[in-house]
Design a protein around this ligand. Structure first.
Ligand code: ZN
Length: 180
């Protein structure tokens, strides 16, 4: 898909079975009506997609931001992070994303909170925020293809972030910092 023609995806919905390809029917799962594949005897659910982002600290009040090189919100600044993959914990996901997106290396993150946003394209995204207290590799720090630039910002100079989940988590982060 060309970035020039990017548009919001269609509303997220299950229409066909991901295993056998048959058209799904609506059936009662014991609680409510849900898309169902009679052949595979499987119900299809729409749940929030888990993602993780990180607050990489430098010095007293600097945080690392990544400038997006892709749509949506190309050119705007966000927190490094991404979607959790099957087979990994959310902490492993945030450390993997940190390495992939910045080349910074860390061995642990501290969970500070969760923010969920309803999204027409994805259904809903549930983002877990982690503080990265200790990390290394700043001399090798470099953005991957999804980012144009990486930069530490002081609190007074932070860019406005386009995603409400990141703003929610940043408010939690700041409240924690103020309370020591
Ligand atoms: Zn099926």
């Amino acid at each position: 898909m060309s970035p020039m023609t990017w548009e919001m995806p269609k509303p997220f919905a299950w229409n066909y079975c991901g295993t056998c390809g048959n058209e799904l029917v609506i059936a009662y799962d014991g609680q409510s009506d849900k898309p169902h594949c009679p052949d595979c005897r499987r119900f299809y659910y729409r749940n929030p997609v888990p993602a993780a982002c990180c607050f990489v600290r430098r010095g007293k009040d600097e945080l690392l931001f990544a400038q997006r090189a892709v749509h949506p919100c190309k050119g705007e600044w966000t927190l490094p992070g991404g979607f959790v993959e099957l087979g990994e914990t959310t902490e492993e996901a945030v450390l993997r994303e940190l390495l992939e997106e910045t080349q910074l290396r860390a061995t642990r993150g501290r969970l500070i909170g969760v923010s969920t946003k309803q999204s027409p394209g994805h259904g809903a995204i549930m983002v877990l925020g982690y503080i990265i207290d200790e990390w290394e590799g700043e001399e090798d720090m470099a953005p991957d293809t999804d980012a144009m630039a990486l930069q530490f910002f002081k609190k007074s100079e932070r860019p406005e972030m386009p995603f409400s989940v990141h703003r929610d988590l940043l408010a939690i982060y700041d409240a924690m910092e103020e309370n020591g």
